[in-house]
Design a protein around this ligand. Structure first.
Ligand SMILES: [Zn+2]
Ligand SMILES: [Zn+2]
Length: 280
């Protein structure tokens, strides 16, 4: 079992040290854990900070990345003998012109996996409950689908990412705003999405966080997972998006079963950004 999406307390909205997360992963019988601290890049929001030794730092300054990389590698060495593989990952929020904004240290860090996310569209947050409504007010449901999936395609085409995180994130707050129809807005874009993913060897994660808030489906929902499998997108990971140690590994068994149910026989593991598909 792998949890390839966790936030230790480098992220301003997370609690628990790298060690606390590793201990929780061991207790839950995980074989691999990937740390994926947020690298938010849109300076028009207040999200562009990380915390290093209690000090708030600008994510784009890049200085924190050296400390982060060293901490994760030390955990890798410590936990290897205990049967847990610890990966150096990062969750980068995609915005246009991202490549020119990323700090030098991003390009020199030896990541195992880079998650790409779309938390904002045209500077409007869709993942924060207090801000999502303001963003949704700007778009009809159809427009939201068009803008969101075009943004996602641009992210994939940068070649910066290994795995796209929580593909249908707009559903979290969008369902309350637009209603059930939002569950279908991916359909016109699936073919282009799958083709771009295959062309750039980009996969997707099955994110279990909705299962902790009473929803039946992970992100993306089963229909999208099924459609991507059918379209031949084979790279797939599982992640809890835990922001505290008690959520590490949550729902991973359930979504691994779901992947098998829709026809996946492998899950993807990463080593220095090289994907390898392992039998599940
Ligand atoms: Zn995210
Ligand atoms: Zn996350």
């Amino acid at each position: 079992m792998h949890d390839y999406h966790v936030h230790p307390n480098y992220s301003i909205d997370a609690e628990g040290s790298v060690e606390d997360f590793c201990e929780a992963a061991l207790q839950r019988g995980l074989k691999e854990i990937a740390f994926t601290t947020h690298l938010d890049t849109d300076m028009t929001t207040d999200d562009c900070h990380v915390v290093v030794r209690g000090k708030r730092m600008d994510t784009l300054s890049g200085e924190w990345l050296e400390n982060y990389e060293a901490t994760i590698r030390a955990a890798h060495d410590t936990y290897k003998e205990k049967g847990l593989r610890v990966l150096l990952g990062i969750e980068v929020d995609y915005i246009d012109d991202l490549e020119s904004l990323l700090p030098e240290q991003f390009y020199s860090a030896d990541f195992d996996i880079i998650l790409g996310s779309t938390h904002l569209i045209n500077h409007g947050a869709i993942s924060a409950g207090d801000r999502a409504e303001d963003t949704f007010k700007r778009y009809s449901m159809e427009e939201l689908g068009e803008v969101y999936y075009a943004h996602l395609l641009r992210a994939i085409e940068t070649g910066l990412f290994d795995i796209m995180a929580h593909l249908d994130l707009y559903r979290r707050f969008g369902q309350g705003f637009y209603g059930e129809g939002i569950l279908n807005i991916w359909k016109p874009y699936l073919k282009d999405l799958a083709n771009a993913m295959k062309r750039h060897n980009v996969g997707f994660e099955v994110n279990t966080s909705p299962l902790r808030t009473g929803q039946d489906d992970p992100m993306p929902e089963e229909g999208i997972i099924r459609a991507l499998r059918k379209a031949g997108v084979l790279n797939v990971t599982t992640g809890s998006d835990a922001h505290r140690p008690s959520d590490v590994g949550a729902g991973i068994v359930e979504v691994t079963d779901l992947l098998k149910k829709v026809g996946y026989s492998t899950i993807t593991t990463f080593n220095h950004r090289r994907p390898r598909n392992l039998k599940i």
